[in-house]
Design a binder for this molecule. Structure first.
Ligand SMILES: NC(=O)c1ccc[n+]([C@@H]2O[C@H](COP(=O)([O-])OP(=O)(O)OC[C@H]3O[C@@H](n4cnc5c(N)ncnc54)[C@H](O)[C@@H]3O)[C@@H](O)[C@H]2O)c1
Length: 255
């Protein structure tokens, strides 16, 4: 049952949705956690849940758009547990479904910083630790927006496509060093991600071009259905899975 006994994981965006489901599941499987988020109340609740169930967690408020915050979460892992085995780059935000002609610089930069540059910096730090110990697992969370063109706006779609490319490059480059790097591309999940969408200000093109495709979705998943994949990828069950993109969308992109 304990698939991650005594492993140490950083899970970003762990206060809600998929990140929370992954943190709870990893803790149930014996993993010692560094849980990060920008929302301290959510981290507090997560910490209580994990601790009351007998798990081990340290939390830190860390914004993936701030390099110093990313450094701090690695320092906390080193200071608390002395090592790191698993990095889950889960924190992410939506854009406003804007097509390229409507994307403002601020939106582009914010989405890229949180969804791509932050995960890249975290991977760079994780790789240094993992290379030294000759083992490690990175699980990135992309989206079906990373494998198809119209599940979100131009910024989100670009950020998640790039995260998938970064994952494949990393998986391949470090494959002989005992490090695996994979990415999950979920379809719609029942989480709080809509908090980062301003539904009042959607471009007219969104209704015409993106929304009809939403009707092809069979349903949205519960976060735990995707967390199961993150557990598999972090565990020895996935010892030969590397550089892979695992789509979990109930068949949406099969159309
Ligand atoms: N919900 C979906 O339909 C869906 C579909 C495909 C992919 N995803 C991806 O799943 C991942 C998790 O999203 P979710 O659906 O659980 O959303 P969520 O909003 O429920 O949870 C995301 C968490 O990340 C935190 N967060 C936001 N900005 C942050 C930042 N700058 N630094 C650190 N933490 C930050 C939020 O406070 C929140 O607790 C994201 O990468 C998202 O792109 C979600």
């Amino acid at each position: 049952m304990n698939k991650l006994s005594d492993k140490v994981a950083i899970v970003t965006g762990a206060g809600s949705g998929l990140g929370k489901a992954i943190a709870l599941m990893y803790a149930q499987h014996g993993c010692k956690l560094i849980a990060t988020d920008i929302n301290s109340d959510r981290l507090h609740k997560l910490s209580e849940e994990i601790t009351s169930a007998g798990g081990t967690v340290k939390t830190i408020v860390a914004d993936m758009a701030i390099a110093q915050d990313i450094d701090s979460m690695f320092q906390l892992a080193q200071n608390t547990y002395g090592t790191l085995d698993i990095l889950v780059n889960n924190a992410g935000i939506m854009d406003n479904f804007d097509p390229v002609g409507d994307v403002e610089d601020a939106m582009w930069e914010r989405v890229m910083n949180i969804n791509l540059t932050g995960p890249f910096k975290a991977m760079r730090s994780a790789i240094k630790i993992m290379e030294q110990k000759g083992s490690g697992v990175i699980v990135n969370i992309a989206s079906v927006g990373g494998v198809a063109g119209a599940r979100a706006g131009a910024a989100y779609t670009s950020s998640k496509h790039a995260l998938i490319g970064l994952t494949k490059n990393t998986g391949y480059m470090y494959a002989k060093k005992g490090i695996r790097c994979n990415v999950i591309a979920p379809g719609a999940m029942n989480t709080n991600i809509a908090e980062s969408i301003d539904m009042q200000h959607l471009s007219p093109l969104v209704n015409e071009r993106i929304m009809p495709g939403m009707a092809l979705m069979s349903r949205a998943s519960e976060p735990v259905e995707v967390a199961n994949i993150a557990l598999f990828l972090a565990s020895e069950d996935a010892s030969f899975v590397n550089g892979a993109v695992i789509v979990a969308d109930g068949g949406w992109t099969a159309y």
